[in-house]
Design a protein. Structure first.
Length: 129
C-alpha cells in the first residue's frame, strides 16, 4: 500500500512524505540508525518487503522467505533510545501490534552498521520481561 502525501507516517513522526516516505520511496537515505529503524518499522506497517530486505545487512539478511507476517497489524512505535558509536549504533524500541485479535509488544534492542555511507539493520536482541 503506497501512502499519499498527506498521510500520517506509521512511525508516528508526522507526514509520511517528509518522514519515512522519503527513504522508503528512494528519494533520500537515512542519516542515522534511528531514522533507518523508524523507516523499517513503517515498511513493516506498509508491507514493503523490498525496502526491508534492502536495508538489512547482507550478512544477516534472511534468504528467500518473507521477512514479515501478513497477519500482523502494526499499531505504534516508541523509540526508547538511540546510541550512535561511529559506524555502529544501537536503537531500543517497543513496537505494538495485533495478531489474531490480540495485542502484543515487540521490545527489541537493534544493532546497526554504516557501510559506504548507508545504515543497515544487522540483528537484535529481546530484553527479558
Amino acid at each position: 500500500m503506497k501512502q499519499t502525501r498527506a498521510a500520517p507516517c506509521p512511525c508516528g513522526g508526522g507526514d509520511y512524505a517528509m518522514c519515512c516516505g522519503r527513504f522508503i520511496d528512494g528519494g533520500a537515505v537515512p542519516e542515522s540508525a534511528a531514522e533507518l529503524m523508524r523507516s523499517r518499522y513503517s515498511a513493516y506497517a506498509l508491507r514493503n518487503e523490498t525496502y526491508l530486505k534492502a536495508t538489512w545487512h547482507p550478512d544477516t539478511r534472511p534468504s528467500g522467505a518473507a521477512v514479515q507476517d501478513d497477519e500482523v497489524k502494526w499499531l505504534g512505535l516508541d523509540v526508547r533510545r538511540h546510541e550512535p558509536a561511529g559506524d555502529k549504533a544501537t536503537v531500543e524500541f517497543v513496537a505494538r501490534y495485533k495478531l489474531g485479535g490480540r495485542a502484543h509488544r515487540l521490545h527489541e534492542i537493534s544493532n546497526f552498521v554504516r557501510e559506504n555511507a548507508r545504515w543497515y539493520y544487522v540483528d537484535g536482541s529481546f530484553p527479558e520481561k
